[in-house]
Design a protein around this ligand. Structure first.
Ligand code: IPM
Ligand code: MG
Length: 359
């Protein structure tokens, strides 16, 4: 049966990296007879400029229909002055929330060919393979009430609400534990339960969920310590599970361990495994239009889509092998290029992956 894939290129380097990922997607579609139907829509700043809102109803309708969504990146300084409710990021957050994509998988995997590009010493990161499981539709990102109010003394006060219900914690817990089962069977839950009640509950529910997975080991860590441990001895972790904001921050730190955030894909899944796939990096306005962005995170997001939503693990593995192959050939975009490497453009990198897929 044919599967619908919605393509949302987004802003700045978004369309550049997406063009390469779509080339790869179309190639695996024909190599593996996947019968995919690709459609496009606007999201973020591009949507705001064209329609006045960052998540147009047409995009949301197409997103609801799609089996999977492939997203580039949204945002940029030209929309900094737009009011909070219509910012490009709201388009992304709205999509996550409307589609209930609560489970965000952010693997931090070091390709051995890139060990020298890591900000840590090669011996600290050699063989690194962490999976951050970030809760994506709750926590302080979505808690109400929120806003900026004026107090009686005339001073303004900004406020947000950090809330998690038991069911929200439980479902992300189950996702993390079931993923750990396919890996090294260790889950570290990250919280701030020495200060925040919401994460006291988080810790309690994680303990409860753990009982269903006697073969998986659960540990707990405060978020400040987790940030330190990630840059001190990152290989101690297998699966990290945490809330929305802590996950946002820790996943950027983990990304740098692997050499470049330009290498990291992500998946955002709903309870049925439908998902949105996107690189972990942003829209990089500073390098847009120069053809130098690294398309590999988006290409690897296609691999995650094949694995988690389309259930085509052999096609996913073929893409991952092709990426490894081009790195073996010494081909590098600017962000991961060191002395002795061959520097290639965004589209040359995409073409190299296509060639490696073919062989
Ligand atoms: C991410 C990004 C988003 C987030 C922004 C663009 C809203 O940083 O996906 O990590 O904070 O979730
Ligand atoms: Mg982030």
């Amino acid at each position: 049966m044919s599967k619908k894939i919605l393509i949302l290129p987004g802003d700045h380097i978004g369309p550049e990296i997406m063009a390469e990922a779509v080339k790869v997607l179309e190639r695996v579609d024909s190599l593996y007879s996947l019968d995919l139907q690709l459609d496009h829509a606007l999201l973020g700043g591009a949507a705001l400029d064209a329609t006045g809102v960052p998540l147009p109803p047409e995009t949301l309708a197409k997103a609801r229909e799609a089996d999977a969504i492939l997203l580039g990146a949204v945002g940029g300084p030209e929309w900094d002055k737009v009011e909070a409710a219509r910012r490009p990021e709201k388009g992304l957050l709205g999509l996550r929330s409307e589609l209930e994509l609560f489970g965000n998988l952010r693997p931090a995997l070091l390709y051995p060919q890139l060990a020298a590009a890591s900000s840590l010493k090669p011996e600290l990161v050699a063989g690194l393979d962490i999976l951050i499981v970030r809760e994506l539709t709750g926590g302080i990102y979505f808690g109400e009430p929120r806003g900026i109010r004026t107090l009686e003394n005339g001073e303004r006060q900004g406020y947000n609400t950090y809330v998690y219900s038991e069911s929200e914690i439980r479902r992300i817990g189950h996702l993390a534990f079931s993923l750990a089962r396919q890996r090294d069977k260790r889950v570290c839950s990250v919280d701030k339960s020495n200060v925040l009640e919401v994460t006291v509950l988080w810790r309690e529910i994680m303990e409860e969920v753990a009982k269903d997975y006697p073969d998986v080991t659960l540990s707990h860590m405060y978020v400040d310590n987790a940030a330190m441990q990630l840059v001190r001895a990152p290989k101690q972790f297998d699966v990290l599970v945490t809330g929305n904001m802590f996950g946002d921050i820790l996943s950027d730190a983990a990304a740098m361990l692997t050499g470049s955030i330009g290498m990291l894909p992500s998946a955002s899944l709903d309870k049925d495994g439908r998902g949105m796939y996107e690189p972990c990096h942003g829209s990089a306005p500073d390098i847009a239009g120069q053809g130098i962005a690294n398309p590999l995170a988006t290409i690897l997001s296609v691999a995650m889509m094949l694995r988690y939503t389309l259930d085509k693990p052999e096609a996913a593995a073929a893409i991952e092998a092709a990426v490894s192959d081009v790195l073996d050939q010494g081909l590098r975009t600017a962000d991961i290029c060191a002395e002795g490497d061959t520097r290639v453009s965004t589209s040359e990198m995409g073409d190299a992956v296509l060639r490696a897929l073919q062989s």
